[in-house]
Write a protein that binds this ligand. Structure first.
Ligand SMILES: [Zn+2]
Length: 252
């Protein structure tokens, strides 16, 4: 375990904020981000779901939170519409991080999500680009947040869905923490933007790891959410009402 820190409130991402925020303001895009703070939290214990919980209702709730469908008139935008977006892993990326990102992409595919086409160069537009920063360089970007080790920036519109993703990783991660960081970032990169209020020791996308060892595989509920998100009945621009209608026809 390379690092353990105390959870702090999330703040807006600061690694590429100028560029992406400028894009967002200019073109009306939505920029979603995760600063990775939740990967290393030590508090905020969340009780596991009770055994008798309605799994279908919980997954739907999770989906609506994860997709940021907070209001009835909100529309889904965090979903790739490109059938096979590129996973841009620069040639300079070391094998340790490259393999972790590859495994994360494979878990997304295995869950029933989309296929990613791995490349080592090309335009970041239409791709999930991964950048590795040496710890000093990563820290220098935002010295006020020593607990942050990875960040994900997602650009999307209701018309186009996700159009570009940037994942920044600090090179100080290793082992299960790196595995979780890669998987968590990949979850955001395909559209699971929220952090469900489920146990962090069980859910990769959860906000409060509550000190438990980080999971290195998606929970079956997270897999169901991914499979549903990339089912033919789900599309960028759909309303929450439409999403709920599609969910009723989804075999969980
Ligand atoms: Zn996150």
């Amino acid at each position: 375990m390379a690092a353990r820190q105390v959870a702090r409130p999330a703040r807006p991402p600061a690694l590429f904020p100028g560029l992406l925020l400028a894009i967002g303001l200019t073109l009306g895009l939505t920029l979603g981000g995760c600063d990775g703070s939740n990967l290393f939290a030590g508090g905020g214990v969340t009780a596991p779901p009770p055994a008798a919980v309605d799994a279908r209702a919980e997954v739907l709730r999770y989906l609506e939170e994860a997709l940021l469908l907070g209001a009835d008139d909100a529309v889904l935008r965090f979903r790739w519409t490109t059938p096979a977006p590129r996973l841009l892993l620069p040639a300079s990326l070391p094998p340790r991080e490259r393999d972790a990102l590859r495994r994360a992409a494979e878990r997304v595919r295995a869950a029933g999500g989309l296929d990613l086409v791995e490349v080592t160069a090309g335009s970041p537009e239409g791709a999930i680009r991964v950048d590795l920063l040496e710890p000093d360089a990563y820290r220098a970007v935002d010295p006020t947040r020593p607990w942050s080790f990875s960040r994900t920036f997602v650009t999307a519109t209701p018309e186009t869905g996700i159009t570009e993703v940037r994942i920044a990783l600090s090179a100080e991660l290793d082992g299960p923490v790196l595995e979780r960081a890669a998987l968590h970032a990949m979850g955001h990169a395909i559209g699971l933007m929220g952090h469900p209020a489920f146990p962090g020791g069980t859910f990769v996308m959860a906000a409060s790891p509550d000190g438990a060892p980080p999971p290195t595989a998606f929970h079956p509920w997270e897999e169901a959410a991914i499979r549903f998100l990339y089912s033919p009945s789900v599309f960028a621009g759909m309303t929450r009402t439409q999403l709920r209608e599609a969910w009723r026809g989804f075999v969980f």
